[in-house]
Design a protein around this ligand. Structure first.
Ligand code: AR6
Length: 183
């Protein structure tokens, strides 16, 4: 399943580049603690946004695993960037709790800013080494648990880099929706 509608909120998985989601109000950065340009998502987002993003980020850093902060989007085709620091797998514990906090805190910031649509990458699953399937379960369960409390956010998109990662998300989304609708 690639799309689910629950309590008036659309949750979808798609393959693509998180820095090229022009129809979304906000994109989420899989940030580093210093909120500087990095590899992966943090490279794509900062390159597309330009140096103004690092400048705006400087006084907000450092952040701790699970935290999120919000800035403008500068050269990106969005209104906001939400920067969230995922746990380094095998180091920051509890990994699942910290990863869940990333998604929850990002959604809370989105609500506070009146954001209607937000795109997430698979936080922690690249350089930080969190295996994709358990990370996907944490991400989707956290988002689905938050959905009944959302009023501003109406569209949540997971943007995956590879076909394999997209397939894992689609499978887990289908399982989660079975559970939600049978409950
Ligand atoms: N769009 C969507 N997904 C992407 C993109 C992209 N442009 N680029 C990579 N991915 P990562 P982390 C996928 O490493 O694990 C950085 O250097 C990627 O395949 O970006 O949270 C920072 O500076 C993977 O599935 O984030 C931090 O130091 C997922 O996005 C550190 O890495 C996350 O990969 C953060 O590590």
């Amino acid at each position: 399943m690639e799309k689910l509608r629950l309590h008036g909120v659309t949750i979808e998985c798609t393959r693509g580049d998180i820095a090229n989601q022009p129809d979304m109000d906000a994109v989420v950065n899989a940030a580093n603690a210093e909120l500087r340009i990095g590899g992966g998502v943090a490279g794509a987002i900062h390159r597309a946004a330009g140096p103004g993003l690092e400048e705006e980020c400087r006084p907000l850093a450092p952040i701790r695993p699970g935290q999120a902060v919000i800035t403008g989007a500068h050269g990106l085709p969005n209104r906001y960037v939400v920067h969230s620091l995922g746990p380094v797998f095998g180091r920051d514990e509890p990994a699942d709790g910290l990863l869940a906090a990333c998604y929850r805190n990002a959604l809370h910031l989105a609500e506070q800013s009146g954001i209607a649509s937000i795109a997430f990458p698979a936080i922690s699953t690249g350089a930080f080494g969190y295996p994709m399937e358990p990370a996907t379960r944490v991400a989707l369960k956290t988002v689905l648990d938050e959905v009944p409390r959302l009023s501003s956010v109406k569209h949540i998109r997971f943007v995956l880099f590879s076909a394999a990662d997209e397939r894992i998300h689609a499978e887990v989304l289908a399982e989660c929706s079975d559970r939600v609708f049978k409950a």
